[in-house]
Design a protein around this ligand. Structure first.
Ligand code: HEC
Length: 724
């Protein structure tokens, strides 16, 4: 029934729209009502909510850019987001105005036709909170409703801005600021409530989703995803669910009682208007390792689950747990999409929710009841034999790792991460930005004694030798893959797939023009034939392009847009793909139209000399301590093996690394805390800090040798090419 819109209706609406809006500023900014949101799929010239519509298919009815002419796309305009940190935002476009966020939760309002800036709102975040952000200080976008713009701020605020001026209307702290909560996800507005979750389950928090009245900022309800340690009611919408089914799925002891248990709602929140439910995805356990988290080894509701609650009261309706007793950071926060699929008896249409979570299985579940319909692995995986008839994974015992590392696919970065998935309702295909990134999981025996930062009970560097040479590391890295998979959810199989050379993927847009758009970390933004996967167009956008692309139309002209930049979890914790210098890259909004003739400016290449600034020192024991402590405490921001991707300083080439006193003042005394490099005094002794310095200098000398080899090989290649 939702598929009945035809190209003619769409064209007619576009024409009517062109007649009423002649390019000037709207009479009222962000004049978005519940009705407009409910009908968003019939006004494809707008992009009104994070996933395009409430069912978050990210499928636009616009057809002006299509299979026949997509190769005529060119740049219409670019806008500088003025940040060199990660950019993950999907722009909202309403009545000719674009609202887009960048790092540190800064909001930009632009003329969507020209990219001209209308206003910028900076919530002025204390940079020291960056230490709480597991995966960079990113933001995925705003929500709009009745003249207001809503943004979740990385330090836990939810704020309402005047859509016309960017002036602050109200601000609420939605978290306990003594805990390492962050917000990176886009709010959604449903029935006059702004819905927002949070993140922090790598560092120890208790997850929940909250609803705040859009008009006043008063809290309407909150649903916790994990019981409180006493298992007593919270006076919250989740109380009845915990009493009935949640509490018994947790033991009475274990680290969850002090570390919050996790289960953060950091990304997907959708509205099912047919069943009047809000459906959201719940994240991993905190700590990851269930042996520490809950020695009673329960399923730990509602970790790694899709949960539906009443849209008005927040009362529990149903849940489906994708990974009972999560042990691997297998979040179920990934894109949730609603659609009517022919999976009922005799092929009748059934309203379903679909998700491709980190655990590697694609799920189709009943949207009214949460009943499991089908599930199949969409990437190679080695943690479960398969799913039983209720959809519960049949685990391989080895996957419940202990001291012996188990090399598992998918790893903690997931078979699919935050990169938005899309769905084409005409072809019944879901487009999954899939990843093949395994991890070696082992118990972290130091867990109970560590205080600060990432403390997951899981040691992801177990099995990695301290003196791993960079050549081997790069060869290992080359085995990781990314894919764009067109997945048929009815037959649970891939229709086509495109392999990417970089494992970290990009969000997807589907259009009625028969196209699928996707950006990639290497900087290419491409269009594919939605039915076959044939690549039809590509453009180098000169920065990582991982966020969800969008499309809209003004005065009958269709635009395609994507935010670009360099950062996020993969860039920080994953490091540089090729141990090559990445210049400081400034985030941008890049917008295309047919026949666009603008160019994208080149990034400036300002790099410190990539040479060690001091002699190496330290014996085997000191270096091993440095390796361990570096990977526990520093890797998530400065990169594995001390190789940074360029977002944050590469410590190997730093003058501060060369000087024991300067190093101590940064690492122990926190002299750069105001810039986001906080003191590690509560986690490290001065001796540990010095051991890390020794390890970083060893890596600097090894890296310099490697660079010389790469440079020599490249020079030889150039000589050979020049020879007659
Ligand atoms: C949460 C992210 C984060 C973590 C974890 C982190 N750092 Fe940093 N670090 C930063 C940021 C951000 C900067 C840049 C600060 C600035 O711009 O002045 C930085 C800068 C530094 C610098 C200064 C480099 C220079 O040349 O300016 C040193 C030294 C450093 N970090 C050491 C460490 C060590 C050692 C650890 C682990 C014990 C660590 N960092 C963990 C975020 C982090």
């Amino acid at each position: 029934m939702r598929k009945m819109k035809t190209v003619n209706i769409v064209a007619g609406i576009m024409l009517a729209f062109a007649l009423v809006s002649c390019g000037s500023e709207p009479a009222k900014f962000a004049d978005v009502t519940s009705e407009r949101l409910l009908n968003a799929s019939s006004t494809p010239e707008e992009w009104l909510t994070y996933g395009g519509t409430y069912d978050e298919q990210r499928h636009s009815g616009l057809t002006q850019i299509n299979l026949d002419n997509v190769d005529e796309l060119g740049v219409a305009w670019t806008y500088d987001l003025a940040t060199a940190r990660g950019v993950e935002s999907t722009p909202i476009v309403v009545d000719g105005v674009m609202y887009v966020t960048s790092a540190w939760s800064v909001v930009h309002a632009l003329d969507a036709r020209t990219g001209e800036e209308l206003w910028v709102y900076d919530p002025d975040v204390d940079r020291a909170v960056g230490v709480n952000a597991c995966c960079d200080v990113v933001n995925r976008g705003v929500a709009v409703w009745e003249g207001k713009i809503f943004v979740g701020v990385i330090d836990g605020r939810l704020e309402a801005l005047d859509a016309e001026t960017g002036a602050l209307i109200w601000s609420r702290v939605t978290v306990d600021r003594s805990k390492p909560y962050t917000i990176t996800g886009a709010p959604r507005v449903v029935k006059g409530n702004v819905l927002i979750g949070n993140g922090g389950a790598e560092l120890g928090v208790r997850g929940y989703i909250s609803a705040y009245a859009a008009d006043t900022g008063d809290m309407s309800w909150r649903f916790y995803t994990v019981p409180n340690p006493s298992k007593q009611p919270d006076d919250a919408a989740s109380d009845a669910a915990f009493e009935a089914i949640g509490n018994v799925s947790w033991g009475d002891e274990g680290a969850w009682t002090t570390d919050g248990g996790g289960g953060t709602v950091w990304d997907s929140i959708i509205y099912d208007d047919v069943n009047d439910n809000i459906i959201f995805g719940v994240g991993n356990g905190s700590p990851w390792n269930r042996d520490y988290r809950d020695p009673a080894q329960g399923d730990n509701l509602f970790l790694s689950s899709i949960v539906a609650v009443d849209a008005t009261s927040g009362a529990y309706k149903w849940h489906y747990q994708t990974t009972p007793g999560d042990n691997w950071d297998y979040t179920a926060t990934q894109t949730i999409i609603l659609a009517d699929l022919p999976v009922g008896s005799d092929g009748a249409l059934r309203r379903v929710a679909m998700q491709a979570p980190k655990n590697g299985f694609f799920y189709v579940i009943d949207a009214a009841t949460g009943e499991f319909i089908s599930g199949e692995a969409f990437v190679p995986q080695n943690w479960a034999i398969g799913l039983d008839e209720t959809g519960r994974p049949i685990e391989l015992p080895e996957a419940r790792y202990s001291d012996t590392p188990y090399y598992q696919a998918p790893g903690a970065l997931g078979a699919h991460n935050w990169h938005p998935m899309a769905f084409n309702p005409d072809l019944n295909l879901a487009y999954i930005p899939a990843q093949e990134i395994p991890d070696a999981y082992a118990r972290d025996n130091i867990f109970p004694d560590r205080e600060q930062n990432w403390n997951t009970g899981t040691n992801l560097t177990a099995g990695l030798p301290m003196d791993l040479d960079l050549g081997t590391a790069m060869a290992l890295r080359a085995t990781l893959k990314g894919r764009l998979i067109a997945w048929d959810p009815v037959t649970q199989s891939a229709r086509w797939s495109v392999e990417h050379s970089n494992a970290w993927n990009g969000g997807v847009l589907s259009t009625a023009g028969g196209l699928v758009f996707q950006g990639r970390l290497e900087g290419e933004f491409s269009a594919y034939n939605a039915a076959t996967g044939e690549k039809l167009w590509g453009q180098n956008v000169k920065a990582g392009a991982a966020s969800g692309p969008g499309t809209y139309a003004i005065d009958g002209e269709q635009y395609v847009t994507i935010t670009t930049g360099w950062g996020s979890a993969y860039a920080l914790a994953g490091g540089s793909a090729y141990d090559q210098p990445v210049p400081p890259i400034v985030g941008k909004v890049v917008t295309f139209k047919l026949g666009g003739t603008e160019t994208i400016p080149d990034p400036d290449l300002i790099l410190p000399p990539r040479t060690p600034k001091a002699e190496a020192f330290g014996d085997e024991d000191l270096l091993q301590t440095g390796f361990d402590q570096y990977h526990y405490n520093c890797r998530v921001c400065h990169g594995p093996l001390a190789i940074s991707s360029g977002v944050l300083p590469d410590l190997r080439w730093s003058y501060i690394t060369a000087d024991a006193e300067a190093w101590n003042s940064v690492v122990i005394d926190g002299s750069l805390a105001a810039n986001g490099m906080v003191s590690f005094a509560s986690a490290l002794s001065e001796g540990d800090a010095e051991a890390i310095r020794a390890y970083v200098l060893k890596q600097a000398h090894d890296g310099a040798e490697m660079e010389a080899m790469v440079a020599a090989a490249m020079a030889a290649e150039a000589d050979a090419a020049a020879a007659p």
